[in-house]
Structures are given as C-alpha cells and as structure tokens.
Design a binder for this molecule. Structure first.
Ligand SMILES: [Mn+2]
Length: 345
C-alpha cells in the first residue's frame, strides 16, 4: 500500500532486498499489507525494481487478487529459492518479529537489517482506501451487534451470546478478529473474560471484532440484563463520560500518554479500577502501534486508527467498558455508529 515509502526506506538504509515470507499457517500481516496476498509464499521488495511474489505452484490460484504480480517459484526447495533471490544482495532486510532463527541462519549476521520497526510505523497511518475498508468492516460489526441485542432475551449463557455473534458474522461472510468476549455480572470485572455457560443479571460487557478483507474492527458495549441498580448506572455513566470526553483528543499532535492520563482523571474515584491502557492502533492486526497508555510518548498522526476504551472493573462485582475506534484527524471520526446509551434487555 505504501510501497514507494518502503522503497525509500530501503534506499536510505542501503538494503538491497527485503524478504517477507509466510511458510506455515501463520498469517503474515506485513506481507498481506504490501501485496494483498495472505497465503504461503515469499515477497521480495527491492529499492527500485518492482516487488516479486513467489509462491508454490499449488497456491498460485490464490494470487489472483494480489497487487503484486505472482510467479511460481522456480526451485523445488525453499532454501534454494532464498539463495537465488539473495545471491547478489549485500544487505538483506528481514522482519525480525516474523523471521525465525532458522530462517536467519542462512545469512551472515552483518548482512541482516531488521525492518520490523519501519514496517510497523508504515502501517500505523492508514491510506484512504484502508480507512474505507475499515469503515465497511465496522458497518458489518455494528449490524452483528444490533442483531444480537434484539435477540438477547433468548440467550441463557455467555457462550450462547458469543456463539450467536460468531454465527451472525459467518452469515455476513466475515469471521471474528479475536475471540468474542461476553462477560456478565461479576465476570465483567475481568477484562478478557472467557464466556461461560452462565448469564448473570447486571451489566454485561460485550467486546467483539470482525475481520473483513483483511481489516479488523474492535468494539465494546456494556448492556444491562435487567434494570440496573444505582451503582451500576453510576459507574456506567462515569465510563461513558470519560470515553466520550477523550474522543476529541484523538488529533494529530497529541501525545498518546496525555490522552490516557485524561481518561484516568475523568474516571475520578474509579480511576484505580481502570487496569489497562486506554487504547491501541488497529488495522490488519487487532493490536497495532501506537498504544494509548502512560508510557507511550508517540505523537498521534493524521489517519491513524486507534481504539478508545476506558473501563472500570470492581473485583467480584461488576465491570464496564465502552470502546470505539477513531480515525485520528483534525475532527476525529468514530467508525462505529452504535449508540453508547445504556441498553437494558
Ligand atoms: Mn480493543
């Protein structure tokens, strides 16, 4: 997507070839980002020449949507393909977060240049096309949530809610981007709770995402099963106010840590119950850079897409989290159209 910028980085760093590969079932987000291809293969990126996508014969049919012209790799053994590609290269770029030690072993140490940080940074700001895709992804997610709420009366366990959501996603041709979280009553005090065969009265945190055409959504709503008691209502409104007050801070030039601090102070007496960072970048991966947390000095840039998800977790009692993803800009834009008013089912 930002091939020219990446090629400039290769030139600046004197890298002759960047190798990205997917040789097992593991999805390589950077390879997909640069080529639109997400199956077995190797993507070679050069400073001036067009990139090459080499795939085994059996995968060639999957390359029809790739943005890089694909070739069937000429040698039978993978190490021979790599040796061929790199035979004239003095400096070889790798993604150290993905390249295994066994893979790097084939090269001399002083030949290698880690470009993982550059790739992460490239992906942190989105192109218009990416933002449009993420908007479409969110539309599907919003739909799934609305349908789930309208069917809520018939669920008798957290697992049933999650299963319904997952199947609603499949009906729309998408999959979950992470395991759907449904946490009711005291379970909601655990941010990454795994759905159980119970559904408790009280507040219920639903945190879910879909992946559509490679891009993820991530949304959380807290609903009330039965009329909320006073404390539940109070905590809900404190979290909602904190979340909404942060939206306007997702502007270029803002330091990530400052937004996190503002969210904490907006939670007032509940701030000690906010036990995670305020947000994270999102795109092809659910969690991308930058994080919005106390230690993060990153300055936000235009067209980053970042979550805003304060929460209050009172152990053994209750929890509330409200999360939206925001496109950073002069006027920050929330991708979800779901209401943040407390829904009682
Ligand atoms: Mn999130």
């Amino acid at each position: 997507m930002k091939l020219r910028q990446l090629q400039q980085i290769l030139k600046d760093k004197g890298v002759d070839i960047l190798l990205l590969h997917s040789l097992d079932e593991q999805f390589n987000a950077n390879m997909f980002y640069l080529s639109g291809y997400d199956s077995l293969g190797i993507l070679a990126v050069y400073p001036t020449e067009p990139p090459r996508l080499l795939v085994p014969k059996m995968e060639f049919g999957l390359t029809k949507d790739a943005r890089v012209r694909a070739e069937i790799w000429p040698k039978r053994r993978f190490p021979d393909v790599i040796a061929d590609l790199t035979k004239d290269a003095k400096s070889i770029g790798l993604d150290f977060r993905k390249a295994t030690l066994a893979f790097a072993e084939d090269f001399k140490k002083d030949q290698l240049c880690d470009l993982s940080g550059d790739l992460i940074l490239l992906r942190s700001t989105k192109t218009e096309d990416e933002i449009e895709l993420m908007q479409q992804t969110q539309r599907i997610a919003d739909d799934v949530f609305r349908k789930t709420v309208s069917h809520f009366k018939r669920f008798s366990s957290e697992q049933a809610v999650a299963a319904f959501m997952d199947s609603a996603m499949r009906d729309r041709g998408v999959k979950e981007s992470f395991s759907t979280i449904v946490a009711s009553g005291p379970n909601a005090a655990i941010p990454h709770h795994k759905p159980t065969n119970k559904l408790h009265k009280g507040l219920c945190v639903i945190d879910f995402g879909v992946r559509y055409r490679g891009y993820c959504s991530d949304t959380t709503r807290t609903i009330s099963c039965g009329n909320p008691i006073k404390e539940q209502e109070q905590v809900y409104h404190v979290v909602k106010a904190a979340q909404e007050s942060c939206t306007s801070r997702y502007k270029p030039g803002t330091v990530a840590a400052d937004i996190d601090a503002k969210a904490r102070s907006a939670l007032g007496m509940y701030r000690s119950h906010f036990i995670h960072g305020l947000g994270h970048g999102i795109g092809i991966d659910v969690h991308e850079t930058p994080g919005i947390r106390a230690s993060e000095k990153t300055v936000l840039k235009n067209a980053m897409v970042i979550s805003n998800e304060p929460g209050v977790y009172i152990p053994d009692k209750m929890g509330v989290r409200i999360e939206d993803c925001i496109v950073v800009g002069k006027t920050p834009r929330i991708l979800s159209k779901l209401s943040r008013d407390l829904v009682v089912v």
